[in-house]
Write a protein that binds this ligand. Sequence first.
Ligand SMILES: Nc1ncnc2c1ncn2[C@@H]1O[C@H](COP(=O)(O)OP(=O)(O)OP(=O)(O)O)[C@@H](O)[C@H]1O
Length: 600
Amino acid sequence: MIGYLSKFFYILAGKRRQLIFLIFFFLLTSLMEAIGIGLVGPFIALASNPQVIYQNPWLHWFYTQSGLQNDKHFLYLLSAITVGILYFKSVLSFYGQKYVFQFSFKQQGELSAKLLRSYLAAPYTFHLTRNSALLIQNIVNETDKFCTHFMLPFLTSLANITVILALIFLLSKTNLIATLSVAAILLPAFGSIYFFRYKISQWGQEASESNTEMIRIINHGLGGLKETRIIGCESYFENQMRAQIDKFAFALSSFQAFSILPRILLEAILVTFLVGFTIIFLLSNQNAENLTSVLGVFAMASIRLLPSVSNTIYAFGIMRNSTYSVDKVYHDLKETENLEFERGQKILDELSLRKLFDSKSYSRCCLPFEQEIILDKITYRYPSATETNLKGISLHIKKGQSIGIIGKSGAGKTTLIDVILGLLTPETGDIKVDSKTIYNDLRSWQNLIGYIPQSIFLIDDTIEKNITFGVPDDLIDKPRLEKAIQSAQLEELIEQLPDGINTVVGERGVRLSGGQRQRIGIARVLYHEREILVLDEATAALDRETESLVSEAIRSLSGTKTMIIIAHRLSTLEHCDRVYSIEKGRVVKSGSYQEVVACV
Ligand SMILES: Nc1ncnc2c1ncn2[C@@H]1O[C@H](COP(=O)(O)OP(=O)(O)OP(=O)(O)O)[C@@H](O)[C@H]1O
């Protein structure tokens, strides 16, 4: 558990001051509680025999200090102090608990945001090996488990443990043998958690894994709804889901059933002990007055001790059950932090983002680009690939030029584009802009680029938000938006829609045709007015007529923009200044459109 606590403190880095404050707060409330309960014993003894004032040196001292002349008045004063302290403690512990809840749930939100940020900043290769269901599970469920099933029980058990220690100390002052007996009863209950610790962790892991699997199955079934419906395999996904639900239910119910066991045992053993203690006390003919006061303290202590102990045992169980979540959150934060550091890639803060989208300061966010881009002997191999995917590729692109890249399926065109976009880092070779490597400041290089992939990603929002993608509302440039819509041949479509540019396109743009989605992607890149345009089969989804109109719009940019275009339809590359033909990760031919295409 100590190892998990160090992970816990790593995850909560920067919050140590609040944690220390909380721990002190709990110590204070426990102290108040101990004093309150400690006063109950003398109070009962005093009520049944006022002579105790003169027998007990503490009470006698207090009595003389109070200046009261009457035993009864002293009893009233003592009862008022006892009740007052308990009320004060109750108010204090209410606010303490409230603060703990506020702290925990705030941390959950911050942790989810921190994880999302880490995933967004992580290298592209990180995402090539991770299923998004796993990331969703980590951001939403594991952070929830970390906060509500690890941090919250940890903090409340700190409070409970201080109460337990204070009460045991109090008991030991009253009757040492009885205290040792209580300790002997409590130890096996704590021991049961220790004994079953691996099983408890395993149940937690199984529940988490089936949760991830459930998200994955839902993604598959609903994500490919058309295919699912036509093939008729709905029950295939349903059965997969049921299998995971069974696993999840088994893991959760096993843990829940186990976690109440110590509490039930503890209650039974403690009651047996109290009854046994009373009988032994009576049989040994001890003073009944002593018994009343000792039992009074014991009864109060049991009322408070029993819930504290069973809550602590329950909390330990829950924490143990959530260690898998702590591991996952810790692992991903640590891994992405290292990767981010290695790559020097950073996420723009609010101010830099606004600068980037503000046309007045845009150029200051970019790498200076006046002459040329040089790709110098780029080699790249995917982490899971056995063969090198790009083998010493060199390209030379002058500012304002358009180059075309052709090649059979699997030749390495998209891989090359991903290297140019800065998503994949080459094993050897360099990309230079005006003789400066882009790898010293990848973000400034990416700020120069506009990208249109084979299939455009649309958010479930309005057409306007999809075109201006990521631009804060107050920075949306309306005339620029109109111009982009016009150039991407979207005017007619928008006019037909009842809500025009404010029409919501649906998840991944389901309410639009493939060609319309692609044109929104083209409008997006035109709106952002980047210096370099990278088009990966950008017009492939368009019909011939729209394609020629859109291609015309793109072509009209040649000379002003630098373009890197991948196309299967060779006619799309006709206007390119230079065409490169790629085969098995190598440039096999380059030259003018006529020189290269004539050989294909
Ligand atoms: N994530 C990956 N991990 C391992 N290998 C990959 C990965 N992505 C692509 N590859 C391999 O890299 C090679 C080049 O793929 P790439 O997608 O660049 O080809 P392409 O020329 O763009 O093909 P297409 O025209 O069909 O899109 C292929 O052999 C492919 O199997």
